[in-house]
Ligand binder design. Sequence first.
Ligand SMILES: [Zn+2]
Length: 449
Amino acid sequence: MGLQAFLSQKVVTPRGSEPAAVLVEDGRILDVVAPDQLPAQIPVKDFGEAAILPGLVDSHVHINEPGRTDWEGFRTATRAAAAGGCTLLVDMPLNCLPATTTVAALEAKREAANRQCHVDWMAWAGVVSDNQEHIESLAAAGVPGFKCFLIHPGIDGFTMVNEAELRAALPHIARTGLPLLVHAELPGPVDEATRRLAQADWSKYATYLQSRPEEAELSAIQLMLSLCREYRFHLHIVHLSASEALEMLRTAKSEGLPVSAETCPHYLHFASEKIPDGQTLFKCAPPIRNRENRETLWRGLREGVIDLVATDHSPCPPEMKRLGERSFQTAWGGIATLSLALPVMWTEARRRRFSLADIARWMAEGPAQLAGCAARKGRLARNFDADFVVFEPEAEFIATEEHLHCRHRVSPYLGEKLRGVVKATYLRGNCVFADGTFPGDPSGRELRR
Ligand SMILES: [Zn+2]
């Protein structure tokens, strides 16, 4: 592919947004230049007032393939990603069969993904109760890091780890230098709260919320921080919901511990006060908490205590949401977000006077750093992959089923009025999404660390 240019009045780089042209050759960004420095006689695509942002990187997605392709899958998840302006997904190691806890399972995933993907992908590997001896070979096979659960993950087949099992795994993880992503809730406080709620009305969101107290997150994070101090590995807290934990994380960071944290669009957009009873579409773990908690999470982002935003996109077949039964006890926990993450985040961020450069930092550069690919993904800069999204920041729309593009058209975001429309997405200089269509054959590749 020869040299071409993509022009906009709002090209978003770490410096902010400004009129510029992104020069692309052979799938890479050759340079980002001022409009008056456009080389003569090259093809130019002018997006005018629409912004050009770096392709988003979503470091927390449950693709569920192989094995549970009826829940989601590489083809559908990467379509939803492309429609949402996301050009790299990092897949979580559970819900798929086999779970990604050995190199053989990783190879099965690679086989399943082959030629199906509309955007690039990577795979986190799992740390479970009995796979310590696989950790270093998984790292050698190209995974960017590991994920573990400190509480039952809601599905059998991917075991949680206790402190003793963590201590068996951590020397291996520290040797790889790769991050350990932790679902930080301890079972003790959840079990105790749930016992007290045996007679409660589980169609009420308040019952579910009480069953997953902040204390579960706080005690888990405290345990992980002390292990981090002892073993010196990169600790990453996924989907932080309890804002009370920010203080602990702030202190750990100022102490120089290698700690990072993410939160999700649903914790930054919804509030428990507004969740109708019986609406199990809102169920996820840890749970969506109250408005005040949400505003404190936003302060955590502002101060940089929270490093990034990832979706935790985790769909299931609609019947598993038990919408007829209205029970928060039996419904599957997980929210489908992928294609709507950017408008949801922009709607909320703009209200709080954040900029598109902040969005790019939280949703592209930050996750790329976590996944170890920040030298080629997550920024509009020289030598980076020419992955970008064309975004109309002032346009508004109502989220409907046709915006979802994932396998099941079910999400608590349906009906929300959102600001910002993804017009087009480019992967290595090629258009992979434009105005509701997916041109070209699937050209996404696996990125290995
Ligand atoms: Zn998850």
